[in-house]
Design a protein around this ligand. Structure first.
Ligand code: DX5
Ligand code: ZN
Length: 230
């Protein structure tokens, strides 16, 4: 049964204090840290890259979930691996050959995630891609910026994936908060990214705990329903 993993997006942290912010999040119960790499080309924004990731690395043992919003994802695999990235999530829209890219990421010693933008049909990742990757990220905003509104219309994609792949890690990213967690958990997502929803909360630990509880309860319900229908 997939377990909840809560991944605060460092895009919403105080960039002048990255190490402190990373530690603050793990103290508050974060499982993963989500690092948004943008190249100013795949998305109209520039954030951080391998040098910054490698600078944060010695300050935390958290799992580094790298969301690569870049036009040429195969170019950065080695740099991110050397920097200490552990999940390398590329966009399906940015490659013609996702299977070779997944193999390249695995050969570099990382797990491979595949991200799907709101207007991209989930069928693009069904089959070989879903079977060979380690996680699928269903974007719930247009990638590029934090603080946008959650797109509930992306939930049918999560539901379709969860039905077909009961054990797959399914991540959602964009506009996640206490108001939108139910829709995501009930659709079947188990990896929850949140920037604004966690970093700007008065008590991040309460948000993280609530996210975990809702996701784990939903996953337990799915497992029970599957056991009944067997
Ligand atoms: C957006 C990034 C997200 C972003 C989410 O392109 O992929 O990870 O930080 O921010 P919130 O949670 O504020 O929508
Ligand atoms: Zn992201």
């Amino acid at each position: 049964m997939p377990v909840a993993k809560i991944a605060p997006s460092m895009l919403s942290c105080d960039f002048a204090n990255l190490a402190m912010e990373a530690k603050r999040m793990t103290k508050n119960g974060a499982d993963w840290l989500h690092l948004d790499v943008m190249d100013g080309h795949f998305v109209p924004n520039i954030t951080l890259g391998a040098p910054i990731i490698s600078a944060i690395r010695p300050h935390t043992e958290a799992y580094f979930d790298c969301h690569m919003m870049v036009s040429n994802p195969s170019q950065w695999v080695d740099d991110i691996a050397k920097a200490g990235g552990q999940m390398y999530t590329f966009h399906i829209e940015a490659t013609e050959d996702p299977i070779s890219l997944i193999q390249q990421i695995h050969a570099a010693g990382m797990q491979a995630g595949v991200a799907v933008k709101p207007n991209t049909p989930v069928e693009k990742v069904m089959g070989a891609v879903a079977e060979q990757c380690d996680m699928i990220l269903i974007m719930t905003v247009e990638p590029g910026f934090g603080g946008q509104r959650f797109m509930a219309q992306c939930m049918p994609k999560v539901e379709a994936l969860r039905i077909k792949y009961p054990n797959l890690d399914i991540e959602v990213d964009g506009g996640l908060s206490l108001d939108t967690i139910d829709a995501s958990a009930d659709a079947g997502a188990n990896v929850i990214v949140a920037g604004t929803g966690i970093f700007k909360a008065e008590k991040p630990s309460e948000v993280i705990d609530t996210f975990k509880e809702k996701v784990n309860n939903a996953q337990a319900r799915f497992a029970a329903a599957a056991a009944v229908s067997e």
